[in-house]
Design a protein around this ligand. Sequence first.
Ligand code: FAD
Length: 325
Amino acid sequence: MVGVFSRLIVATTVRMPKWFVRWVSRRYVAGPSLDNAVVVMRSLSSEGACFTLDVLGGGIHTIDEAAFFVEEYARAMDAIIEHSIDANLSIKPTAFGLLIDETAGFDNIRQLVMRAAKHDMFVRLDMEDHRVTTATIEVVKKLHSLGLTNVGTVLQGRLFRTLDDIAHLEESLGAHADYRICKGIYLEASDISHTQYTDIVDATNAAIDRMLSAGAYVAVASHDRPVINHTLSALEALGMGPNKPDPRTNAMEPRVAKGPGYEFQMLLGVRGPLRRQLLSDGHRVRVYIPYGKQWYEYSIRRLKENPTIGTHVAKAFLMPWTNRP
Ligand code: FAD
């Protein structure tokens, strides 16, 4: 019943005027400008959270369009430094041109990662759909081989290939491997990915175990209790946890602006109470902050992909004081 109600609200919202969608989405998107993102990060800093900034957009058609992202991320980096915010960057490799011209796309990413390295800032390559999985992993390997170790990618629990990818990265990067692990947002075909909820959770948890036992840095990006609880048990079994030095003998020295071998990550506006609980238990929690002129397209996509948001929309409308990120 709640599901039907929620879907109905989402279906109505996506047909509403832009101002209404903006009002709903202000919980999930910092705003159209970098200044908006800075305001949100400064406000959430008081909770003890740290951040990763995402410039909305992508879907470029010419390599020249990638220049916008190279420049905007450089501006974002400057703002993080200027305001002394505990934040790093998340980029979409295709927005830098990886699908249009692999060499030029790589150079664009390298330029940003080099600039970030000068400030000890980490750059995460978000993982997009299966067409760029291998290319994205190759970019990370190549950057590491050039001495740029302040970069890591995302692996998606739902893909059958993920355990092999971990083994491969473990071999090439050793303990320098630094992952974000998530279920994966793209609904991939059943010949390359799990499609059932339980299988996806089990596969994601298996990937987390494998990454942790390989000594890698593991950022668990999920709002789902079975994934978070599994992670908490796995950490306890390894003697890892808040305010404890990473006890794994195969792990690296502590990393700049990172947790003790792991962190949790959540999207802005999603499951705030759970985020605050993890923070108050002492875990490092990084909030993914999207901003940019393409907030409308992003918001509509999020609403459509997660119809449970409908209940949050209704709640925000009826009880506006609860609508905080
Ligand atoms: P779910 O079972 O989907 O969600 C658990 C509960 O959390 C839901 O019932 C709902 O209440 C709440 N919830 C979850 N998502 C939302 C939402 N968007 N809005 C409102 N409520 C929500 N995927 C990729 O493919 N590539 C990436 O690079 C990538 N990066 C990510 C970075 C971060 C920080 C996070 C948190 C996710 C990222 N994802 C990425 C998305 C991820 O793969 C999942 O699609 C998404 O997180 C939902 O899975 P879940 O584990 O949170 O579980």
